[in-house]
Ligand binder design. Structure first.
Ligand code: GCO
Length: 445
């Protein structure tokens, strides 16, 4: 019996500018912190950079054609701030705006709803040199950037996403150092998280004001279902701290207008400096929550486990993807139900879900049964969540194309479409053909 999704359910894919566009010196684009980071020896696998990536800047028409061929009706992409305002603030770059203007028109002509993300980690270098997200002025810089973009695209874009994964931008960028700008300063990371959220709150009314009535604004968070490694009190408390940092540090301000008390207490002197009006601004109502889900987190107490005193463990016998992440679709259902019951978002989209697999091009085909099984299981979990009352409105696979996987460079492939980086040829994988069936039938086979 087919598992049918609600009428009008959105089916699409997700990408980001630095991971697919390339053409980093073309069209007036300025330099971003990821240009500097990826060109810093030792920061990425094989010294890979986004200089060329999947060459989407030149092949975007072909890529829109692929989306149409796959029967998709939505596409989440990110807009590169350095293309729009090369110095981060000040004069806008018309050539940069023109690129996204043409892309949006081509998507709409193909019956594909654009879901642009304003910030997917590629902060203009010039702003980083002024303190970047550590500088409270960044909220204003971001608001100005949002105004420039929405003034140009607001007549056609009906779904806006302000930020992608502020947790990763803040903690991988400023505490773990595994992402740009590569710092190791937990206090800075918490302050950056606050400024990212504040900039979101500043941008929401601007995006609404510059868009047609009915346009919707949201944010995409990387969220996980968190389980303790055992019933031991120390593990249960470690899991609560991990849940507090990964999930509640963002969900509580956005939906409750306050930081979680346990996390503020735990952070102590590392807690961010907050102005009185900030939390009110951050909690500006949004129309949807984007959920980027890949796996659950199983957490154990570990006094040597960094500032949280916790470490993630991989359960024995777990099925893993090429990223070493546990395949755990039940966590998606549990997470969606929790979000619905505890935070009551008006609507939810799965703005990223997918897996890296050991894809091989053989006789012009890529057979990726593990990815099909992963997607099918997570869609079944999403369908179960809908049956339990969750207002889930769509599902976007990460990713349309194989692309630059940040510090992993080009060693991890997430695409429904294989990219031969030597020739930039695109080959639809078996999972892409499978997903076309699902999207066109609005049902799991
Ligand atoms: C993220 C980012 C993507 C990643 C994807 C796979 O969620 O980390 O949005 O840029 O490439 O998640 O790790």
């Amino acid at each position: 019996m087919a598992t049918t999704f609600p009428e009008g359910f959105v089916w699409g894919t997700a990408t980001s500018a630095y991971q697919i566009e390339g053409a980093v010196r073309e069209g007036g684009r300025g330099v971003s912190i990821w240009d500097r980071f990826s060109h810093t020896p030792g920061k990425t696998e094989n010294g890979d950079t986004g200089d060329v990536a999947s060459d989407h800047y030149h092949r975007w028409r072909q890529d829109v054609g692929l989306m149409k061929e796959l029967g998709l009706n939505a596409y989440r992409f990110s807009i590169a701030w350095p293309r729009i305002i090369p110095d981060g603030s000040g004069a806008a770059n018309q050539a940069g705006l023109d690129f996204y203007d043409r892309l949006v028109d081509a998507l709409l002509a193909a019956g594909i709803e654009p879901f642009p993300t304003l910030y997917h980690w590629d902060l203009p270098e010039a702003l980083y040199d002024k303190g970047g997200w550590l500088n409270r002025d960044a909220a204003g810089w971001f608001a100005d950037y949002a105004a420039v973009v929405s003034s140009r695209l607001g007549d056609r874009v009906r779904r806006w996403i302000t930020h992608n994964e502020p947790f990763v931008a803040a903690f991988e960028g400023y505490a773990l150092g595994s992402h740009a700008p590569g710092l190791n300063d937990p206090k800075a990371a918490l302050q950056v998280a606050h400024h990212l959220l504040l900039s979101h709150g500043r941008a929401v009314p601007i995006l609404r004001q510059n868009s047609e009535a009915g346009a919707q604004v949201g944010i995409a968070l990387n969220l996980s279902w968190v389980d303790p490694a055992s019933e031991r009190q120390a593990d249960v408390e470690a899991a609560q701290r991990f849940d507090g940092l990964l999930n509640r540090l963002f969900l509580d301000p956005l939906f409750r207008g306050a930081y979680p008390a346990d996390m503020l207490a735990y952070a102590g002197p590392l807690a961010p400096e907050v102005e009185p009006e900030d939390l009110l601004q951050i909690a500006t109502p949004i129309d949807f929550l984007g959920v980027n889900y890949y796996s659950r987190a199983v957490v154990a107490d570990d006094p040597q486990g960094g500032p949280l005193g916790a470490r993630q463990i991989v359960p024995p016998y777990a099925e893993l993807t090429e990223m070493g992440w546990e395949v755990y679709p039940e966590g998606l259902r549990q997470l969606l139900v929790r979000l619905h019951q505890e935070y009551h978002p008006a609507a939810l989209y799965i703005t990223e879900n997918g897996c890296a697999a050991a894809d091989r091009l053989q006789d012009g085909r890529v057979h990726d049964p593990q990815r099909i099984a992963y997607l099918s299981a997570h869609l079944a979990a999403a369908h179960q969540a809908i049956a339990e009352g969750v207002p889930l409105r769509g599902y976007l696979v990460w990713s349309l194309l194989d692309n630059f996987e940040w510090a992993y460079g080009y060693t991890k492939r997430f695409g429904l479409v294989y990219v031969d980086y030597a020739t930039q040829a695109r080959v639809v994988k078996d999972s892409g053909a499978w997903f076309r069936q699902v999207a066109t039938a609005n049902a799991l086979p």
